[in-house]
Design a protein around this ligand. Structure first.
Ligand code: PLP
Length: 395
């Protein structure tokens, strides 16, 4: 009996995990060493080589990576971290972990990325108010590189370090460099839906030795040296010192084993994502009710975010989402901007219209299914659902 796949939902994001990942995890399980060890160290070396960074430090999340990157660069109480409201929780909460305040800067409508002109004017305003800007934290939204040249100019002019939130942006180049390796530190996410995954996990890359050294210590309780081999190396010393109140942010070898395989597949995953995006763009260009992301090779295509144009359909954005879901299409919204979230709104007295572009983009955006494991049939079902809704609800 055949299954009617037309009734199976199209998942918003589905990880691409194969036999190679299963075997890699089994090998770690059978090795007698499960947590941070030789496999994590190999993953770090391979990742650093891949992106052309001097150091790569594996962590149990990108959030942990952003936290420690800021910490290692001297972000502390009372200082300001400049970021975008058009992002996930992590990008701003990490400033709060350190007693710093996130100051939001609106985005560019065509890229959804932080507006570099406003970064400059905001740095000047915050400085005039007598506060220290301790970091710039741009987010490469959906995998499209920020204008790093302009952000770098601000960084140089004012002596402010850059931490790139590259959670969406592996792999993608900016000029001849990998996104994530342009700032003082860059942070990738291996969360289950990201372009490569370890279930949960993250990686910080940096060319700065002292930043790497600090993160290495802080990710494992502030212990002054790698200690995983103290159990396995014959004659290894049982002694260690604690030099800071560190954190418990290390990546397990179980996760790193998945990451090593995923890293090898990253290129082919990207090719598949590009093919899906081209298919979407070709099909949707016939519709007058969507604003589409502009095509570029220079994009990791983690997310496919479309915007509902005003007045074309007799549907609100929320109703469009309901219609898509009713047809079994997994959708999401990227992002509900942080400045309208209770915590930031109340703590910093923010209004929706304080960041009008971010707010307008939020109100009109829908993210459609995009992952390397999506089949052509599933892509066609997404296209058919959007077409059907367009016909049924056109004004
Ligand atoms: C997913 C995400 C993160 C956090 O990644 P984790 O690995 O889940 O901590 C940070 N920033 C952005 C923009 C993200 O989308």
């Amino acid at each position: 009996m055949s299954v009617d796949t037309s009734l199976t939902p199209v998942p918003f994001a589905r990880p691409s995990i194969g036999v190679e990942e299963e075997e890699a995890v089994l090998a770690v399980m059978r090795s007698g060493w499960l947590t941070t060890g030789a496999v994590s160290a190999q993953f770090e070396q391979e990742f650093a080589k891949e992106v052309g960074a001097r150091h790569a430090l594996a962590l149990n999340s990108a959030t942990a990576g952003l936290h420690l990157a800021l910490e290692s660069l001297g972000v502390g109480p009372g200082s300001v971290v400049i970021t975008t409201p058009y992002t996930f929780a992590s990008s701003a909460e990490v400033a709060r972990y350190l007693g710093a305040d996130p100051v939001f800067v609106d985005i560019d409508e065509s890229t959804l990325n932080i507006d570099p002109v406003l970064v400059e004017s905001t740095v000047e305003r915050v400085s005039r108010e007598g506060r220290r800007v301790s970091a710039l934290l741009p987010v490469h939204v959906a995998g499209r590189p920020c204008d790093m040249e302009a952000i770098h100019r601000v960084s140089l002019a004012h002596g402010i370090p850059i931490v790139e939130d590259a959670a969406h942006a592996f792999p993608v180049m900016y000029g001849d460099r990998h996104v994530g390796t342009i700032g003082d530190a860059g942070v990738y996410s291996f969360y289950a839906t990201k372009t490569i995954t370890t279930g949960e996990g993250g990686m910080v890359v940096t060319d700065r030795d002292e930043v790497a050294a600090r993160i290495r210590i802080m990710r494992l309780h502030g212990i002054d040296r790698d200690v995983w081999n103290r159990y396995t190396e014959p004659g290894a010393s049982w002694k260690y010192d604690i030099v800071a109140a560190g954190y418990k942010y290390n990546l397990t070898d179980l996760a790193a084993a998945i990451g090593r395989v995923q890293l090898k597949k990253a290129r082919s995953f990207l090719e598949r994502r590009r093919a899906i995006v081209r298919r979407y763009l070709t099909a949707f260009s016939a519709f007058d009710f969507l604003t589409l992301p502009s095509w570029t090779e220079n994009h990791a295509w983690h997310l496919f975010i479309v915007r509902l144009k005003d007045g074309k359909l007799a549907l609100s954005r929320d109703e469009l989402i309901t219609e898509l879901q009713a047809r079994g299409i997994g959708v999401s919204v990227h992002f509900i901007p942080l400045h309208i979230m209770s915590y930031y709104r109340e703590r910093y007295g923010l209004q929706p219209e304080d960041f009008p572009v971010a707010h307008a983009c939020y109100e009109s955006s829908v993210s459609l299914p995009l992952s390397a494991s999506l089949t052509d049939d599933e892509v066609d079902r997404v296209i058919a659902a959007v077409a059907e809704i367009g016909v049924a609800h056109h004004r």
